[in-house]
Ligand binder design. Structure first.
Ligand code: PHE
Length: 459
């Protein structure tokens, strides 16, 4: 009965779509293709797949199982289950704010490009991607307004609740995203010159691993982590609304495999298009906001239509991730109210959480992701880098590190299987055990080190 009053996913499929929605986001569509492009193509891909199967699945299982066991969000779960790691849930709650501090700005920019391509359908001149992007970065008002629109969309869905908002949206949005992505891929791989991009992704070439193994490893593991929404309590929170009838191992594999497939498909959409335009996959934000826009602009009559489809699918991917970030904190306040014997007002909580996140995001938007130097020069760092460093760079790897130590060494794997997982069937036991006790902790230290290095804090 208790579970009922807190809300629950109405079906296993609903949970799966929501979790895949959280995982599939800007990390897949924007991050994966350019990181693969900059880190050796095929070699990066192979390493990524191995990491996702060994480290990603284990952490996913851990998070979903912990949340489902306690029926509480990240903060409550660690307090309930651990002596040494009571405070780990807080890392997640703080990370949610920090990530939204830049994620929603990029999401807002995508909305701007969607509007632009809609305009092209009705005859507006396309304009060059580079000019549009630079103007957008340097326009604080526009940046804040689009960020606000993105935030409102996120907030409205979370206000609807677990089943009535997040699940309802994800069940429609995720399949729609898949269809739109397939349309874009067909268009991208049939462009003149696209074949070189496909070859770049698929032709076996392990030289990059020989040249810089650790470099590729740390980029691939950091990417895998962010892309799977791990280490900050999102999957744990979603797991807390999952019925005990659902098998955690099976769902974890499905989420990881789906997320990886979408990353690959995004690669098939973006990399060949970039090659068709420039003969290479360029790096950074440019790929999504400059190169892709130029690709659509060059397509002629149907460019606006394909562009609108493409940016709409990116919006869906980003919103289905941002709702999970807002839910982490919303669940925390709902749980706290419940612990005091009160019923939390979900709508009011979600609005307040989004208001605070909007304040952080407005800073990043005004800052133009760091392009508006005069706003941050006196501080010495761009806000997006600051938010990103503390969330993706430090709190998330630490969160996963401590979770694996808690499961592998404090609770112990036996108790994890018997009690936390309630003795349900689990096929890859040995792999999980080795992974959670040894590979994840070591892997997280490598990610942490790699992140600190890429932010220039460690040499
Ligand atoms: N996984 C999301 C993406 O790839 C980002 C995200 C990270 C969402 C952490 C929630 C938590 O875009």
């Amino acid at each position: 009965m208790e579970e009922k009053s807190r809300g629950q996913w109405t079906s296993g499929f609903g949970f799966l779509m929501a979790a895949v929605g959280s995982a599939v986001g800007l990390g897949n569509i924007w991050g994966f293709p350019y990181k693969m492009g900059a880190n050796g193509g095929f070699a990066f891909l192979v390493l990524y797949l191995i990491l996702a199967a060994i480290v990603g699945v284990a952490v996913m299982v851990g998070e979903i199982a912990l949340g489902r066991r306690t029926g509480m969000g990240a903060v409550g779960t660690y307090i309930a289950l651990s002596k040494r790691f009571k405070w780990v849930g807080w890392l997640g709650a703080v990370s949610a704010f920090l990530i939204m501090g830049f994620y929603s700005v990029i999401g807002g920019y995508v909305i701007k490009y969607f509007v632009l391509n809609l305009g092209m359908i009705f005859g507006a001149a396309p304009g060059a991607g580079g000019d549009i992007f630079n103007a957008l970065l340097l326009n604080p008002v526009e940046g804040v307004v689009y960020t606000f629109v993105f935030m409102v969309a996120t907030c409205v869905i979370v206000m609807g609740g677990i089943a009535g908002g997040i699940e309802k949206f994800s069940k429609v949005a995720m399949p729609a995203l898949a269809v739109m992505l397939l349309i874009i891929i067909v268009r991208a791989v049939t462009l003149d010159g696209a074949a070189a991009g496909l070859a770049f992704m698929l032709k076996p070439n392990f030289q990059p691993l020989r040249d810089d193994f650790l470099g590729v490893l740390k980029t691939a593991s950091g990417q895998m982590f962010f892309s799977l929404s791990l280490g900050m309590g999102c999957m744990l929170t979603y797991g807390s609304y999952l019925s005990k009838k659902e098998n955690v191992e099976k769902n974890s594999w499905l989420i990881v495999v789906s997320d990886t497939i979408v990353a690959l498909l995004a690669g098939f959409a973006v990399v060949p298009a970039a090659f068709a335009l420039n003969g290479k996959a360029s790096a950074g934000p440019g790929l999504l906001f400059v190169v892709m826009q130029d690709v659509f602009a060059k397509m002629g009559a149907l460019g606006g239509l394909f562009g609108a489809i493409f940016y709409l699918l990116v919006i869906i991917a980003a919103v289905s991730s941002s709702i999970s970030l807002v839910e982490v904190v919303t669940t925390f306040f709902m749980d706290s109210a419940k612990a005091k014997g009160k019923e939390g007002n979900r709508k009011a909580i979600a609005i307040w959480v989004c208001v605070v996140m909007m304040v952080l995001a407005a800073i990043t938007a005004i800052d133009g992701l760091g392009a508006n130097e005069k706003f941050w020069k006196p501080l010495g760092f761009a806000w997006i880098d600051f938010f990103d460093l503390w969330s993706e760079g430090i709190f998330m790897p630490l969160g996963a590190l401590f979770m694996s130590l808690m499961i592998g060494w404090e609770l112990g794997v036996k108790r994890f299987f018997d009690d936390i997982l309630g003795g349900e069937s689990f096929k890859t036991r040995k792999l999980f055990e080795i992974s959670i006790k040894f590979i994840v902790p070591v892997g997280m230290l490598i990610v942490l080190w790699g992140q600190l290095q890429s932010f220039g804090i460690l040499k």
